[in-house]
Design a protein around this ligand. Structure first.
Ligand code: UDP
Length: 237
């Protein structure tokens, strides 16, 4: 297909996105609807990497009174559960996938090996990156930025519950204004809740555009790669 805006994408799915309306745990209907869209991308010849979060199961900062590192490892393990669920949904649709984990668990998934990930992507396999960066004190947003740089993705597609970046919470304020485009510096300066600052800085330093969009309509993913203006683009200028 000649009119594709992006040829290799990094899709970041928060744990919340996989929880659907329930807000916790896994909603397999939601996982299926996301998998259908990912399948469509692969059939358009787009190579797809996915980073999954874990917030629907556990977040490091939920572990009040716990050792932070231990709580973060629990969060990283939560992302592995989500990765396997998404892999299952994709494979049910006949999509070839590999899960690569940043913490070795060879009986469950491949360890993250960049060259291997690149080879899978070239073969049109969807690579799901799990266990975050493998380090505590980081987030899966930072993982998405890091892996996007490593696999040379054209863009990070950051799926959110809202349809873009606003100047204030659109659920609370009726007059909240949506941005069509922002620079990394504006996001950092205004303290906008797009990604955490580590992730935003990593994207800025490596010139990786971030497209923030709403997953309320999973078809948005396909529209974006076909060049439709959806959500908020965060880029250099
Ligand atoms: N986490 C971590 N290092 C990483 C990625 C994730 O320690 O590189 C832990 C952290 O505790 C985080 C949890 O895993 O709270 C789940 O990830 P995240 O909160 O980013 O998930 P999301 O909000 O996207 O569902």
């Amino acid at each position: 297909m000649g009119n594709l805006k992006y040829k290799r994408v990094m899709l970041k799915l928060s744990g919340e996105a996989l929880a659907g309306e329930k807000g916790y745990g896994l909603d397999f209907d939601v996982a299926k609807s996301i998998a259908i869209e990912i399948k469509e991308l692969t059939s358009m010849g787009i190579s797809v990497g996915v980073v999954v979060g874990g917030g629907n199961i556990w977040r490091g900062r939920s572990g009040e009174g716990m050792d932070r590192t231990t709580a973060d490892y629990m969060g990283m393990l939560a992302t592995c559960i989500n990765a396997l669920a998404l892999q299952d949904s994709l494979e049910n649709l006949g999509v070839n996938t590999r899960v690569q984990t940043a913490i070795e668990m060879r009986e469950v998934a491949e360890p993250f090996i960049r060259r291997r990930a690149m080879r899978h992507l070239e073969k049109n396999r969807v690579v799901i990156f799990a266990a975050g960066t493998g380090n505590p004190y980081f987030s899966t947003d930072t993982t998405a930025a890091l892996r996007a740089a490593e696999i040379e993705a054209d863009v990070i597609l950051l799926a959110k519950k809202v349809d873009g970046v606003y100047d204030k919470d659109p659920h609370k304020y009726k007059d909240a204004q949506k941005f069509d485009k922002l620079t990394y510096i504006q996001v950092l300066d205004k303290g906008l809740q797009v990604m955490d600052s580590t992730a935003t800085s990593l994207c800025m330093d490596n010139d990786i555009p971030i497209l923030v969009f709403g997953l309320d309509n999973p078809e948005n993913i396909k529209k974006i790669v076909l060049g439709e203006k959806i959500g908020t683009l965060v880029c250099k200028e």
